[in-house]
Design a binder for this molecule. Structure first.
Ligand code: KG4
Ligand code: ZN
Length: 346
């Protein structure tokens, strides 16, 4: 089975072609992502109307390139998967309508995909030799620009959200703190890079929600406020102070994420149905300190660790095609009432 995936939930226009692989994985035949980062950079964040208009301009060229890269035509496609939410409504509508038009004109089965399901399944993408995919059940730590969640992943299509952020998402915290530090948008990759030269103990920043009432939820807005309080006179002029702030902030985020992940593992161990792996996903999963900490935690607890390569952690259509592939295989079909939904629970 060969599936075409379309994604336009935020500021990336993406199309991908995937095919059946081994053990629930899919082989990526084409994966094209057109980022609008440069359009939104000067505004310090995504401007929704501009995002919609650029998706409208970019989608067909991106689709043409994906089909060209895969060396297939629409006649070689067996099904279509599209992100139906959550995301910016005007942005989502572009790919949803395009997917419906292709499905209608070619008589193809269509399925709507939850954006976060795509992120969760990114470690099942393959484009060459790789080890076995994540075993079920596993604990998903999904950290992106819009979401931070711990998810019990029982099987394809069977998810239970265990905890989520009470305010800012982890990626949002990276971006907002980066803005305070005078960095560009999105700031996550730059904070990651600068933190390498900084001292994570230079500034004692708060680790929120670690008390018994915090449960498996996250909170990052207090951390952002604490950084802002250190910067009342503006971004640091001194390069070492900037690196130290990045390292201290990043360490506080990583520690909170790891403490909650460890707690979720312990709770499940006690219940007798232990997780077999920690699976890290979402744009913040590109962060090197977080990848290293999650890998170390998995080793310490004797479970496997899986994370996709960075290009599949940030927004892409291959992950949407993968989630759609499994839905289509289970016989799921969307009808012509398929619509975009801005806020959609997993
Ligand atoms: O998953 P994604 O591409 O989009 C959403 O669905 O939100 O995630 C984007 C987020 C941005 O907030 C970006 O700053 C963050 O991922 N990010 C990083 C890194 N690379 C991307 N955060 C920290 N360290 C990184 N290396
Ligand atoms: Zn995303």
């Amino acid at each position: 089975m060969r599936v075409l995936g379309l994604e336009s939930s935020c500021d990336e226009t993406a199309c991908a072609v995937v095919e059946s692989g081994e053990e629930g994985t899919v082989q990526v035949r084409a994966d094209v992502v057109s980022s609008q980062a440069r359009v939104h950079e000067r505004f310090g964040g995504v401007v929704p109307e501009l995002a919609s208009r650029h998706h409208l301009l970019n989608l067909v060229p991106v689709l043409e390139r994906a089909l060209g890269d895969a060396d297939v035509g629409l006649g070689d496609i067996d099904g279509i998967a599209v992100t139906r939410g959550p995301g910016l409504i005007g942005a989502l509508l572009v790919a949803v309508q395009a997917a419906k038009a292709i499905a209608f004109s070619r008589g193809l089965p269509l399925v709507g995909v939850h954006h976060l399901e795509g992120h969760l399944l990114a470690p099942f993408l393959r484009d060459g030799p790789a080890g076995p995919p994540p075993p079920f059940p596993h604990l998903g730590l999904l950290v992106s620009g819009g979401h931070s969640s711990l998810v019990r992943v029982e099987d394809f299509g069977r998810y239970q959200v265990l905890g989520t952020t009470r305010d800012d998402a982890a990626g949002e915290a990276f971006d907002k703190v980066g803005k305070l530090l005078g960095l560009g948008y999105p700031a996550g990759p730059e904070v990651d890079r600068l933190a390498e030269r900084g001292d994570p103990r230079a500034f004692p920043l708060p680790r929120a929600m670690l008390g018994p009432k915090g449960g498996l939820d996250f909170s990052f807005s207090g951390l952002k406020t604490a950084v802002a309080a250190l910067l009342v006179d503006g971004p640091p002029g001194d390069a070492q102070r900037l690196a130290d702030l990045c390292a201290s902030f990043q360490a506080a985020v990583v520690e909170q994420l790891m403490r909650k992940t460890a707690l979720a593992l312990s709770r499940q161990q006690q219940s007798g149905a232990p997780y077999r792996a920690i699976v890290l996903s979402g744009g913040v999963a590109c962060n090197r300190a977080l990848r290293a900490a999650a890998r170390a935690l998995a080793e310490e607890r004797g479970v496997a660790f899986h994370v996709a390569p960075p290009r599949w952690c940030t927004d892409n259509a291959a992950m949407i095609a993968c989630a759609g592939y499994h839905r289509l295989r289970r016989g799921e079909r969307a009808d012509w009432t398929l619509n975009a939904i801005a806020s959609l629970p997993l």
